[in-house]
Design a protein around this ligand. Structure first.
Ligand code: IMP
Length: 192
């Protein structure tokens, strides 16, 4: 089976993606590939960051690989926090700090429209190819639920009456930005 290194240091993400691509491709972790170090993420777009991370692996290993980058894009904030979602409230901030800052920024604003977008960059023989997944919804006025991570307690996807943090993980993974981007990658790899 074809092997692909996944450029992430997040063990949870690795497990989730491995499961979704099971039977199509063998997902190799950075550690298994003997790669160590901080992967740079300094681009100002999701696609740019995904490319930068995949390139980092490709340049060090010469092996096919992929990387992802995700952002929460809020309409009333002109797409912020976007590519800066992880460090919206500062360099070493917590998920809670980020949510506090977001709720404050939208305080009194009726336009709560937002989306999560994930871009995956697949690097094959040094050539990048992109896959995208997106879920639209709205930012709630307060936290609901305790599951998940990041902005989950304040994001309610369209056609659902609960936040991401109130959903069973399987349901969230099925409709989420990341789930959809991985499904697109899965479809491409299945046809190879
Ligand atoms: P990453 O590119 O997957 O590391 O995501 C960047 C940031 O976006 C994370 O640190 C979270 O704050 C946020 N994020 C990404 N995916 C999700 C999600 O599924 N739910 C809530 N927040 C997310």
């Amino acid at each position: 089976m074809k092997e692909l290194i996944f450029a992430t240091n997040n063990a949870h993400k690795l497990q989730e993606v491995r499961q979704m691509l099971d039977g199509v491709v063998q997902v190799v972790s950075l550690r298994e590939a003997g790669l160590e170090g901080e992967i740079p993420e300094t681009a100002d777009t999701l696609a740019g960051n995904a490319l930068q991370k995949a390139q980092w692996v490709w340049e060090r290993s010469g092996r096919d690989c992929f990387a992802d980058d995700t952002g929460l894009e809020v309409d009333a904030l002109d797409g912020a926090p976007g590519v800066y979602s992880a460090r919206y409230a500062g360099e070493h901030c917590s998920f809670d700090d980020n949510i506090d800052k977001l709720l404050h920024a939208l305080d009194g604003n009726d336009n709560r429209r937002a989306d999560f977008r994930t871009v995956i960059c697949l690097m094959e023989d040094g050539t990048p190819r992109y896959f995208e997944g997106r879920v639209d919804g709205q930012i709630l006025t307060e936290r609901h639920g305790a599951a998940g991570f990041g902005y989950d307690p304040v994001f309610m996807p369209d056609r659902y009456a609960v936040s991401f943090a109130e959903m069973p993980m399987e349901v969230k993974n099925h409709i989420s930005h990341r789930g959809r981007a991985i499904a697109a990658l899965h479809e491409y790899l299945s046809q190879q």
